[in-house]
Write a protein that binds this ligand. Structure first.
Ligand SMILES: Cc1cc2nc3c(=O)[nH]c(=O)nc-3n(C[C@H](O)[C@H](O)[C@H](O)COP(=O)(O)OP(=O)(O)OC[C@H]3O[C@@H](n4cnc5c(N)ncnc54)[C@H](O)[C@@H]3O)c2cc1C
Length: 409
Protein backbone atom coordinates (compact mmCIF):
# COMPACT_ATOMS: atom_id res chain seq x y z
CA UNK A 1 0.00 0.00 0.00
CA UNK A 2 1.62 3.29 -1.11
CA UNK A 3 0.22 6.78 -0.74
CA UNK A 4 0.35 9.60 -3.28
CA UNK A 5 -1.24 13.01 -3.62
CA UNK A 6 -2.38 12.15 -7.13
CA UNK A 7 -2.60 8.95 -9.15
CA UNK A 8 -2.85 9.38 -12.91
CA UNK A 9 -3.90 6.34 -14.90
CA UNK A 10 -2.76 6.66 -18.52
CA UNK A 11 0.48 8.18 -19.79
CA UNK A 12 -0.66 9.82 -23.05
CA UNK A 13 -0.32 13.61 -23.48
CA UNK A 14 -3.08 14.42 -20.97
CA UNK A 15 -1.74 12.15 -18.22
CA UNK A 16 1.92 13.00 -18.78
CA UNK A 17 1.20 16.73 -18.89
CA UNK A 18 -0.84 16.64 -15.66
CA UNK A 19 1.90 14.51 -14.09
CA UNK A 20 4.69 16.92 -15.07
CA UNK A 21 2.80 19.96 -13.76
CA UNK A 22 1.81 18.33 -10.47
CA UNK A 23 5.22 16.80 -9.79
CA UNK A 24 6.92 20.12 -10.63
CA UNK A 25 4.61 21.81 -8.11
CA UNK A 26 5.84 19.39 -5.42
CA UNK A 27 3.00 16.86 -5.38
CA UNK A 28 3.69 13.13 -4.93
CA UNK A 29 2.48 11.71 -8.23
CA UNK A 30 2.10 8.19 -9.61
CA UNK A 31 1.54 7.67 -13.35
CA UNK A 32 0.35 4.16 -14.23
CA UNK A 33 0.58 3.29 -17.93
CA UNK A 34 -0.56 -0.01 -19.47
CA UNK A 35 2.03 -0.07 -22.27
CA UNK A 36 5.80 0.02 -22.37
CA UNK A 37 7.08 3.21 -24.07
CA UNK A 38 7.99 3.95 -26.78
CA UNK A 39 4.89 2.44 -28.36
CA UNK A 40 3.02 3.19 -31.57
CA UNK A 41 -0.40 4.77 -31.14
CA UNK A 42 -3.26 5.28 -33.54
CA UNK A 43 -3.31 9.02 -34.28
CA UNK A 44 -2.95 11.45 -37.20
CA UNK A 45 0.33 12.61 -35.60
CA UNK A 46 -0.35 16.22 -36.60
CA UNK A 47 0.85 18.28 -33.64
CA UNK A 48 -0.90 21.63 -33.81
CA UNK A 49 1.36 24.71 -33.53
CA UNK A 50 -0.08 25.75 -30.15
CA UNK A 51 1.26 22.50 -28.65
CA UNK A 52 4.78 23.87 -28.99
CA UNK A 53 4.01 26.58 -26.43
CA UNK A 54 2.81 23.84 -24.07
CA UNK A 55 5.96 21.79 -24.73
CA UNK A 56 8.11 24.84 -23.94
CA UNK A 57 6.32 25.43 -20.65
CA UNK A 58 6.54 21.74 -19.73
CA UNK A 59 10.31 21.87 -20.39
CA UNK A 60 10.21 19.37 -23.22
CA UNK A 61 10.45 21.50 -26.39
CA UNK A 62 14.13 20.71 -27.02
CA UNK A 63 13.45 16.98 -26.66
CA UNK A 64 10.62 17.27 -29.17
CA UNK A 65 12.86 19.15 -31.60
CA UNK A 66 15.43 16.36 -31.27
CA UNK A 67 12.82 13.83 -32.42
CA UNK A 68 13.54 14.61 -36.06
CA UNK A 69 9.91 15.52 -36.83
CA UNK A 70 8.67 17.26 -39.98
CA UNK A 71 7.52 20.86 -40.27
CA UNK A 72 3.90 21.12 -41.42
CA UNK A 73 3.10 24.54 -42.84
CA UNK A 74 -0.33 23.88 -44.34
CA UNK A 75 -3.33 21.54 -44.27
CA UNK A 76 -5.30 21.02 -47.48
CA UNK A 77 -8.85 19.62 -47.15
CA UNK A 78 -9.90 17.65 -50.25
CA UNK A 79 -13.52 17.03 -51.28
CA UNK A 80 -14.20 13.63 -52.94
CA UNK A 81 -13.79 15.21 -56.41
CA UNK A 82 -10.21 16.20 -55.53
CA UNK A 83 -11.01 19.89 -55.13
CA UNK A 84 -8.97 21.28 -52.19
CA UNK A 85 -8.98 24.25 -49.82
CA UNK A 86 -5.91 25.24 -47.87
CA UNK A 87 -5.56 26.25 -44.21
CA UNK A 88 -2.06 27.50 -43.28
CA UNK A 89 -0.85 26.16 -39.93
CA UNK A 90 -0.28 29.75 -38.79
CA UNK A 91 -4.07 30.27 -38.74
CA UNK A 92 -4.55 27.73 -35.97
CA UNK A 93 -3.60 30.24 -33.33
CA UNK A 94 0.01 29.37 -32.66
CA UNK A 95 1.20 31.68 -35.42
CA UNK A 96 3.76 29.12 -36.58
CA UNK A 97 4.21 25.71 -38.11
CA UNK A 98 2.77 22.42 -36.91
CA UNK A 99 4.97 19.43 -36.12
CA UNK A 100 4.70 15.94 -37.63
CA UNK A 101 6.12 13.51 -35.10
CA UNK A 102 5.10 9.94 -34.31
CA UNK A 103 3.26 9.26 -31.08
CA UNK A 104 5.96 6.73 -30.22
CA UNK A 105 8.46 9.61 -30.08
CA UNK A 106 6.21 12.32 -28.67
CA UNK A 107 4.67 10.31 -25.85
CA UNK A 108 7.99 8.78 -24.76
CA UNK A 109 9.52 12.26 -24.53
CA UNK A 110 6.66 13.57 -22.37
CA UNK A 111 6.87 10.52 -20.12
CA UNK A 112 10.65 10.94 -19.69
CA UNK A 113 10.02 14.55 -18.66
CA UNK A 114 7.40 13.43 -16.10
CA UNK A 115 9.98 11.08 -14.55
CA UNK A 116 12.58 13.86 -14.49
CA UNK A 117 10.07 16.17 -12.80
CA UNK A 118 9.72 13.64 -9.98
CA UNK A 119 6.67 11.57 -10.88
CA UNK A 120 6.82 7.84 -10.17
CA UNK A 121 6.08 6.17 -13.53
CA UNK A 122 4.96 2.57 -13.71
CA UNK A 123 4.82 1.12 -17.23
CA UNK A 124 3.10 -2.15 -18.09
CA UNK A 125 0.81 -1.33 -15.17
CA UNK A 126 -2.78 -2.02 -16.03
CA UNK A 127 -5.86 -0.92 -14.13
CA UNK A 128 -7.50 -3.82 -12.27
CA UNK A 129 -9.98 -1.89 -10.15
CA UNK A 130 -10.66 1.26 -8.14
CA UNK A 131 -10.44 1.55 -4.36
CA UNK A 132 -13.45 3.21 -2.81
CA UNK A 133 -14.43 4.58 0.57
CA UNK A 134 -18.19 5.07 0.63
CA UNK A 135 -19.03 6.95 -2.57
CA UNK A 136 -15.48 8.23 -3.02
CA UNK A 137 -12.64 6.93 -5.20
CA UNK A 138 -9.53 6.74 -3.01
CA UNK A 139 -7.08 4.92 -5.26
CA UNK A 140 -6.56 2.12 -7.74
CA UNK A 141 -5.71 -1.53 -7.95
CA UNK A 142 -3.06 -2.22 -10.62
CA UNK A 143 -1.53 -5.27 -12.17
CA UNK A 144 2.19 -4.62 -12.35
CA UNK A 145 4.17 -7.47 -13.92
CA UNK A 146 1.20 -9.68 -13.18
CA UNK A 147 1.29 -8.73 -9.47
CA UNK A 148 -1.83 -7.02 -8.03
CA UNK A 149 -0.89 -3.88 -6.09
CA UNK A 150 -3.01 -1.19 -4.40
CA UNK A 151 -2.19 2.51 -4.39
CA UNK A 152 -4.08 5.25 -2.55
CA UNK A 153 -4.21 8.96 -3.34
CA UNK A 154 -6.19 12.06 -2.42
CA UNK A 155 -7.24 12.42 -6.04
CA UNK A 156 -7.23 10.04 -9.01
CA UNK A 157 -7.15 11.22 -12.64
CA UNK A 158 -8.55 9.11 -15.47
CA UNK A 159 -6.24 9.81 -18.42
CA UNK A 160 -6.86 6.49 -20.20
CA UNK A 161 -8.23 8.11 -23.35
CA UNK A 162 -11.51 7.39 -25.10
CA UNK A 163 -12.10 4.14 -23.22
CA UNK A 164 -12.35 5.95 -19.86
CA UNK A 165 -11.18 2.84 -18.06
CA UNK A 166 -11.16 4.34 -14.55
CA UNK A 167 -14.53 6.08 -14.88
CA UNK A 168 -16.14 2.90 -16.21
CA UNK A 169 -14.61 0.85 -13.43
CA UNK A 170 -15.82 3.36 -10.84
CA UNK A 171 -19.30 3.29 -12.38
CA UNK A 172 -19.40 -0.47 -11.99
CA UNK A 173 -18.05 -0.48 -8.47
CA UNK A 174 -20.01 2.50 -7.14
CA UNK A 175 -23.25 2.19 -9.08
CA UNK A 176 -23.41 -1.56 -9.44
CA UNK A 177 -22.73 -4.18 -12.08
CA UNK A 178 -24.08 -3.34 -15.51
CA UNK A 179 -23.88 0.44 -15.06
CA UNK A 180 -20.64 0.95 -16.96
CA UNK A 181 -21.10 1.66 -20.61
CA UNK A 182 -24.79 0.89 -20.39
CA UNK A 183 -26.40 1.84 -23.66
CA UNK A 184 -23.04 2.71 -25.19
CA UNK A 185 -22.19 1.53 -28.67
CA UNK A 186 -19.16 -0.27 -27.31
CA UNK A 187 -21.18 -2.17 -24.70
CA UNK A 188 -23.49 -3.46 -27.39
CA UNK A 189 -20.75 -4.00 -29.99
CA UNK A 190 -22.32 -1.43 -32.34
CA UNK A 191 -19.34 0.87 -33.02
CA UNK A 192 -20.22 2.63 -36.28
CA UNK A 193 -16.74 3.79 -37.22
CA UNK A 194 -13.33 2.16 -37.38
CA UNK A 195 -9.98 3.98 -37.55
CA UNK A 196 -6.69 2.72 -39.00
CA UNK A 197 -3.18 4.08 -39.21
CA UNK A 198 0.26 3.14 -40.54
CA UNK A 199 3.44 4.89 -41.60
CA UNK A 200 3.90 4.91 -45.38
CA UNK A 201 6.80 5.33 -47.71
CA UNK A 202 6.43 6.47 -51.29
CA UNK A 203 3.32 8.65 -50.79
CA UNK A 204 3.12 11.59 -53.18
CA UNK A 205 2.08 14.24 -50.66
CA UNK A 206 3.61 17.70 -51.11
CA UNK A 207 6.45 18.40 -48.63
CA UNK A 208 5.30 20.08 -45.41
CA UNK A 209 1.61 19.60 -46.22
CA UNK A 210 -1.00 17.63 -44.28
CA UNK A 211 -3.71 16.37 -46.65
CA UNK A 212 -7.23 15.60 -45.38
CA UNK A 213 -9.50 13.51 -47.63
CA UNK A 214 -13.29 13.29 -47.38
CA UNK A 215 -15.01 10.25 -48.91
CA UNK A 216 -18.35 8.53 -48.38
CA UNK A 217 -18.78 7.62 -44.70
CA UNK A 218 -15.45 8.92 -43.43
CA UNK A 219 -12.29 10.96 -43.76
CA UNK A 220 -8.56 10.48 -43.43
CA UNK A 221 -5.32 12.44 -43.16
CA UNK A 222 -1.83 12.03 -44.54
CA UNK A 223 0.80 13.95 -42.60
CA UNK A 224 4.61 13.97 -42.86
CA UNK A 225 6.50 12.55 -39.85
CA UNK A 226 10.14 11.83 -39.00
CA UNK A 227 12.38 9.72 -41.23
CA UNK A 228 10.85 11.01 -44.49
CA UNK A 229 7.73 8.90 -43.88
CA UNK A 230 4.07 9.88 -44.01
CA UNK A 231 1.47 8.89 -41.46
CA UNK A 232 -1.86 7.80 -42.97
CA UNK A 233 -4.72 7.74 -40.47
CA UNK A 234 -8.35 7.40 -41.49
CA UNK A 235 -11.86 6.68 -40.29
CA UNK A 236 -14.35 4.54 -42.21
CA UNK A 237 -17.79 3.07 -41.61
CA UNK A 238 -17.58 -0.22 -39.70
CA UNK A 239 -19.79 -1.89 -42.31
CA UNK A 240 -17.44 -0.78 -45.14
CA UNK A 241 -14.50 -2.24 -43.20
CA UNK A 242 -16.29 -5.51 -42.45
CA UNK A 243 -17.21 -5.84 -46.13
CA UNK A 244 -13.46 -5.82 -46.87
CA UNK A 245 -12.63 -8.42 -44.22
CA UNK A 246 -11.02 -5.66 -42.08
CA UNK A 247 -8.13 -5.53 -44.57
CA UNK A 248 -6.74 -1.99 -44.10
CA UNK A 249 -4.98 -1.93 -47.49
CA UNK A 250 -8.23 -2.84 -49.26
CA UNK A 251 -10.08 -0.15 -47.31
CA UNK A 252 -7.44 2.37 -48.43
CA UNK A 253 -7.82 1.37 -52.08
CA UNK A 254 -11.58 0.95 -52.22
CA UNK A 255 -12.91 3.46 -49.65
CA UNK A 256 -10.29 6.17 -49.01
CA UNK A 257 -9.36 5.94 -52.70
CA UNK A 258 -12.84 7.16 -53.64
CA UNK A 259 -11.37 10.57 -52.93
CA UNK A 260 -9.58 11.46 -56.16
CA UNK A 261 -6.72 13.28 -54.49
CA UNK A 262 -6.17 10.35 -52.07
CA UNK A 263 -6.14 7.90 -54.99
CA UNK A 264 -3.45 10.01 -56.67
CA UNK A 265 -1.32 10.64 -53.56
CA UNK A 266 -1.45 7.09 -52.23
CA UNK A 267 -0.90 5.30 -55.52
CA UNK A 268 2.35 3.37 -55.13
CA UNK A 269 2.67 4.11 -51.39
CA UNK A 270 3.56 1.19 -49.13
CA UNK A 271 3.00 0.63 -45.39
CA UNK A 272 6.35 0.20 -43.66
CA UNK A 273 5.01 -0.86 -40.28
CA UNK A 274 1.94 -2.77 -39.14
CA UNK A 275 -1.52 -1.26 -39.47
CA UNK A 276 -3.15 -0.29 -36.17
CA UNK A 277 -6.94 -0.33 -35.98
CA UNK A 278 -9.48 0.71 -33.31
CA UNK A 279 -13.22 1.25 -33.16
CA UNK A 280 -14.49 4.79 -32.60
CA UNK A 281 -17.66 4.70 -30.52
CA UNK A 282 -18.52 8.28 -29.79
CA UNK A 283 -17.40 11.89 -29.95
CA UNK A 284 -17.95 14.77 -27.58
CA UNK A 285 -18.11 15.48 -23.92
CA UNK A 286 -18.45 13.48 -20.67
CA UNK A 287 -18.60 14.59 -17.04
CA UNK A 288 -15.11 15.89 -16.11
CA UNK A 289 -15.60 15.27 -12.35
CA UNK A 290 -17.69 12.09 -12.40
CA UNK A 291 -17.21 10.89 -8.78
CA UNK A 292 -15.79 12.34 -5.56
CA UNK A 293 -12.04 11.68 -5.67
CA UNK A 294 -11.96 11.22 -9.47
CA UNK A 295 -11.37 13.67 -12.36
CA UNK A 296 -11.25 12.87 -16.08
CA UNK A 297 -8.69 14.53 -18.41
CA UNK A 298 -7.95 14.44 -22.14
CA UNK A 299 -10.06 12.12 -24.27
CA UNK A 300 -11.48 10.54 -21.11
CA UNK A 301 -13.27 13.87 -20.58
CA UNK A 302 -14.07 14.73 -24.20
CA UNK A 303 -13.12 13.41 -27.62
CA UNK A 304 -12.85 16.15 -30.24
CA UNK A 305 -13.18 15.26 -33.91
CA UNK A 306 -9.85 14.07 -35.28
CA UNK A 307 -10.01 16.07 -38.55
CA UNK A 308 -9.53 19.24 -36.49
CA UNK A 309 -6.05 17.96 -35.53
CA UNK A 310 -6.57 19.41 -32.07
CA UNK A 311 -7.03 16.36 -29.79
CA UNK A 312 -3.47 16.47 -28.48
CA UNK A 313 -3.77 20.20 -27.90
CA UNK A 314 -6.94 19.61 -25.86
CA UNK A 315 -5.19 16.83 -23.97
CA UNK A 316 -2.31 19.17 -23.04
CA UNK A 317 -4.65 22.03 -22.15
CA UNK A 318 -6.89 19.71 -20.12
CA UNK A 319 -3.93 18.18 -18.31
CA UNK A 320 -2.76 21.64 -17.30
CA UNK A 321 -6.23 22.76 -16.28
CA UNK A 322 -6.67 19.72 -14.03
CA UNK A 323 -3.16 20.02 -12.59
CA UNK A 324 -3.58 23.66 -11.61
CA UNK A 325 -7.00 23.02 -10.00
CA UNK A 326 -5.61 19.97 -8.14
CA UNK A 327 -2.47 21.89 -7.01
CA UNK A 328 -4.58 24.67 -5.50
CA UNK A 329 -6.84 22.11 -3.80
CA UNK A 330 -3.88 20.14 -2.40
CA UNK A 331 -2.38 23.35 -1.03
CA UNK A 332 -5.58 24.05 0.91
CA UNK A 333 -5.12 20.73 2.72
CA UNK A 334 -8.85 20.00 2.73
CA UNK A 335 -10.44 16.58 2.26
CA UNK A 336 -13.65 18.14 0.87
CA UNK A 337 -13.64 17.24 -2.83
CA UNK A 338 -16.62 19.48 -3.70
CA UNK A 339 -14.68 22.72 -4.28
CA UNK A 340 -12.18 20.95 -6.59
CA UNK A 341 -14.94 19.27 -8.59
CA UNK A 342 -16.82 22.58 -8.98
CA UNK A 343 -13.71 24.56 -9.97
CA UNK A 344 -12.58 21.97 -12.52
CA UNK A 345 -16.07 21.56 -14.02
CA UNK A 346 -16.48 25.32 -14.45
CA UNK A 347 -12.99 25.85 -15.90
CA UNK A 348 -13.51 22.89 -18.25
CA UNK A 349 -16.81 24.23 -19.56
CA UNK A 350 -15.37 27.72 -20.12
CA UNK A 351 -12.34 26.39 -21.95
CA UNK A 352 -13.81 23.63 -24.10
CA UNK A 353 -17.59 23.67 -24.51
CA UNK A 354 -17.84 26.17 -27.38
CA UNK A 355 -15.20 24.43 -29.50
CA UNK A 356 -16.74 21.01 -28.83
CA UNK A 357 -20.14 22.29 -29.99
CA UNK A 358 -18.65 23.77 -33.16
CA UNK A 359 -16.72 20.58 -33.94
CA UNK A 360 -19.92 18.54 -33.51
CA UNK A 361 -21.49 20.64 -36.27
CA UNK A 362 -18.43 20.37 -38.51
CA UNK A 363 -18.44 16.56 -38.01
CA UNK A 364 -21.93 16.35 -39.44
CA UNK A 365 -20.69 18.21 -42.50
CA UNK A 366 -17.54 16.05 -42.75
CA UNK A 367 -19.50 12.80 -42.62
CA UNK A 368 -22.30 14.13 -44.85
CA UNK A 369 -23.05 12.60 -48.26
CA UNK A 370 -20.36 13.45 -50.86
CA UNK A 371 -22.44 16.15 -52.57
CA UNK A 372 -22.69 18.08 -49.30
CA UNK A 373 -19.00 17.63 -48.49
CA UNK A 374 -18.31 18.93 -52.01
CA UNK A 375 -20.53 21.98 -51.46
CA UNK A 376 -18.88 22.63 -48.07
CA UNK A 377 -15.37 22.61 -49.53
CA UNK A 378 -16.56 24.86 -52.38
CA UNK A 379 -18.10 27.35 -49.92
CA UNK A 380 -15.00 27.41 -47.73
CA UNK A 381 -12.83 27.82 -50.80
CA UNK A 382 -14.61 31.10 -51.53
CA UNK A 383 -13.66 32.78 -48.25
CA UNK A 384 -10.22 32.79 -46.68
CA UNK A 385 -11.62 34.87 -43.80
CA UNK A 386 -14.23 32.20 -43.01
CA UNK A 387 -11.63 29.41 -43.14
CA UNK A 388 -9.37 31.34 -40.84
CA UNK A 389 -12.16 31.98 -38.33
CA UNK A 390 -13.22 28.34 -38.36
CA UNK A 391 -9.62 27.14 -37.95
CA UNK A 392 -9.23 29.34 -34.87
CA UNK A 393 -12.63 28.41 -33.45
CA UNK A 394 -11.76 24.68 -33.46
CA UNK A 395 -9.06 25.65 -30.93
CA UNK A 396 -11.24 27.89 -28.83
CA UNK A 397 -10.15 30.96 -30.78
CA UNK A 398 -8.34 32.38 -27.76
CA UNK A 399 -4.69 31.70 -28.40
CA UNK A 400 -2.89 34.79 -29.58
CA UNK A 401 -0.58 34.59 -32.55
CA UNK A 402 3.17 35.06 -32.56
CA UNK A 403 3.67 33.78 -29.02
CA UNK A 404 4.62 30.24 -29.88
CA UNK A 405 8.25 29.13 -30.17
CA UNK A 406 9.62 28.37 -33.59
CA UNK A 407 10.20 24.73 -34.48
CA UNK A 408 13.85 25.41 -35.20
CA UNK A 409 14.20 22.11 -37.08
C1 LIG B 1 -8.29 8.52 -35.99
C2 LIG B 1 -7.72 9.56 -35.07
C3 LIG B 1 -6.83 10.52 -35.55
C4 LIG B 1 -6.35 11.51 -34.71
N1 LIG B 1 -5.48 12.44 -35.21
C5 LIG B 1 -5.04 13.44 -34.42
C6 LIG B 1 -4.12 14.41 -34.91
O1 LIG B 1 -3.62 14.32 -36.04
N2 LIG B 1 -3.75 15.44 -34.08
C7 LIG B 1 -4.25 15.55 -32.82
O2 LIG B 1 -3.91 16.51 -32.12
N3 LIG B 1 -5.09 14.62 -32.31
C8 LIG B 1 -5.49 13.57 -33.07
N4 LIG B 1 -6.32 12.62 -32.55
C9 LIG B 1 -6.75 12.73 -31.16
C10 LIG B 1 -5.63 12.36 -30.20
O3 LIG B 1 -5.10 11.11 -30.54
C11 LIG B 1 -6.19 12.30 -28.78
O4 LIG B 1 -7.01 13.43 -28.56
C12 LIG B 1 -5.08 12.27 -27.73
O5 LIG B 1 -4.28 11.14 -27.91
C13 LIG B 1 -5.70 12.25 -26.35
O6 LIG B 1 -4.69 12.11 -25.38
P1 LIG B 1 -5.00 11.40 -23.99
O7 LIG B 1 -3.75 11.51 -23.21
O8 LIG B 1 -6.27 11.88 -23.43
O9 LIG B 1 -5.30 9.86 -24.36
P2 LIG B 1 -4.39 8.80 -25.12
O10 LIG B 1 -3.41 9.45 -26.00
O11 LIG B 1 -5.36 7.84 -25.70
O12 LIG B 1 -3.57 8.09 -23.96
C14 LIG B 1 -4.18 7.21 -23.05
C15 LIG B 1 -3.10 6.35 -22.43
O13 LIG B 1 -3.72 5.54 -21.41
C16 LIG B 1 -3.23 4.23 -21.48
N5 LIG B 1 -4.25 3.33 -20.96
C17 LIG B 1 -5.44 3.02 -21.52
N6 LIG B 1 -6.11 2.16 -20.73
C18 LIG B 1 -5.34 1.93 -19.65
C19 LIG B 1 -5.48 1.13 -18.49
N7 LIG B 1 -6.58 0.37 -18.31
N8 LIG B 1 -4.49 1.11 -17.57
C20 LIG B 1 -3.39 1.89 -17.75
N9 LIG B 1 -3.18 2.67 -18.84
C21 LIG B 1 -4.14 2.69 -19.78
C22 LIG B 1 -2.97 4.00 -22.97
O14 LIG B 1 -2.02 2.97 -23.18
C23 LIG B 1 -2.47 5.38 -23.42
O15 LIG B 1 -1.06 5.47 -23.36
C24 LIG B 1 -6.78 11.57 -33.36
C25 LIG B 1 -7.64 10.58 -32.85
C26 LIG B 1 -8.10 9.58 -33.69
C27 LIG B 1 -9.03 8.53 -33.13
Amino acid sequence: MTDFDAIIVGGGPAGACAGIELAAAGARVLIAEREKFPREKLCGEFISPECLGHFARLGVLERMRDGGGARVSETVFYAPSGRGVSVPSAWFGGGGEALGLSRAEMDARLMARARAAGAVVLEEASLAGVLTDGARVVGVRLHVDGVPLEFRARVTLDATGRHRAVVRRAERELRGAGAAGEGSAEASGRARLVAFKAHLEGARGAPGVCEIYFYPGGYGGLSPVEGGLSNLCFIARARDVRARASDAERVVREVVGRNRRAAHTLEGARACDRWLGVSVESFGRHEPAPFPGLLAVGDAAAFIDPFTGSGMLMALEGGELAASAVSRWLARGTEDFGPLAREYRAAYATRFDARLRLCGLLRRAALAPPALAEAGVLALGASAALRRRLARATRGGGASENHQPDLGL
